[in-house]
Design a protein around this ligand. Sequence first.
Ligand code: MRU
Length: 338
Amino acid sequence: MSLTNRALWFKDDFLHFIDQTLLPLEEVIVSTDSFLRVNEAIKRLEVRGAPAIGIAGAFALALSQKYPLNSPSLSEAYDILVNSRPTAVNLRWALDRLVKSLGSDKQNNLYERLLAEAGKIHEEDIESCSRIGTHGADLFRGAVNILTHCNAGYLATGGDGTALSVIYQLQKRGMLKKVYADETRPLLQGSRLTAYELHKAGIDFMIQPDSAAAYNMQLGNIDAVITGADRIAANGDSANKIGTYSLAVNAAYHNIPFYIAAPFSTIDLNIADKSGIPVEERDPSELTSVKNIHVTRSDYPVFNPAFDIIPAKLITAIITEKGVYHSPFRFDEPAENN
Ligand code: MRU
């Protein structure tokens, strides 16, 4: 089966998405017009990555109003969706934008009007991803080896990705040597999803255990680290997949630039710094078993945060669709030139 390079798309009144829990071993497309099914997909990480969650959530809110005689109220559907995953602010941002787009008329043609706004959010994200790729690639002068963590590619967004969009652009410009993809314990977004994308794009890459990152930096194999983010506070503190904080610390120790690539919808100006970012904790079974096979006793106590927070002072620059921001971060001002 040949799949387009998109995590999700809306066609013929159904949302279609790739079930990312099965990649790269199986490529299964789910098609649904049930907002509860989309909600479940977000919780199970069938659809994941901050911008993609926002877009899926937006289409789900529209779908919740598809059958007016058999629909939950808009606020019931909103409450269910907004609580599906707490860290990525893109979800709340997208849902709020849909509700706001209705203005004072929250009764008539809700499905069509919400759908139109969700479609706009998707289109804008495609454009943002492409601009992030260009702005990010402009930061580099010669050919580079890049380390990335988790998956911030097309599977995580509406377009070509954030961190991976920069990598795709470097590849186009002939400026990419190799990508090291952290496997990203415990759900392996790196070894499953980033590897899947890079392989399909014909990019030279290697998967490495998360614990090999510092050693690979010490060997001199990494020129820059680029990751995505799930929420960026007003001062630049950034939440991303668990393990990203250690990467940033290790990059600083080895004098390697550490970049975050994210659309503006990931920046939460309502939150001053990292203390306001909620970090999702996930089920212990993600650590005690792999694909339903126990690797340790299921009654052992587990600490399983899905994200950690990189303090702004460890971030060299934040690449957005509006340009590149350097530390100290002031997102209310125009982006600085590269
Ligand atoms: O738990 P996930 O897989 O949704 O976590 C995703 C990440 O941490 C990504 O790096 C982030 O959402 C940025 S995606 C462009």
